[in-house]
Design a protein around this ligand. Structure first.
Ligand SMILES: [Zn+2]
Ligand SMILES: [Zn+2]
Length: 126
């Protein structure tokens, strides 16, 4: 067995006799790095990290949904009109209140200032 040497590419120690000069890294690297195995492993780790942060679970997803809904609620105020399919919508831009039909999605914009009406996802919660 030869002497162990630290690979400058991956930081792992390995038999120095297996070290080879890598044309891309322009340095002596361990057999794992030379064969591209380290790179492959790094890619797998990166892919996993991109998917979802560690500790992410359904509760987080639920909380994220709620916070999104709350943000949308702040934009436009919807109030159900009892006995009808309509809701009262208060435009956040001009504070104009008007009847809104969430099923027909009418009107499409604020009749006063023409501001867009966000999707009424909060309606089922009312
Ligand atoms: Zn290495
Ligand atoms: Zn408006």
């Amino acid at each position: 067995m030869g002497i162990n040497a630290k690979c400058k590419n991956c930081g792992k120690e390995s038999d120095s006799e297996g070290f080879k000069l890598h044309y891309q890294f322009r340095m002596m690297v361990c057999p794992n790095c030379f064969s591209g195995r380290t790179e492959q492993q790094n890619k797998i780790i990166e892919k996993k990290e991109v998917k979802k942060p560690a500790g992410w679970d359904k509760e987080d997803e639920y909380l994220e949904k709620i916070s999104k809904l709350k943000k949308e609620e702040q934009k436009v105020m919807f109030k159900k009109i009892p006995g009808t399919d309509h809701v009262m919508c208060k435009c956040n831009m001009c504070k104009y209140s008007f009847k809104y039909n969430p099923f027909k999605k009418m009107p499409r914009s604020c009749p006063y200032c023409n501001a867009d009406i966000p999707k009424l996802r909060t309606f089922s919660m009312l």
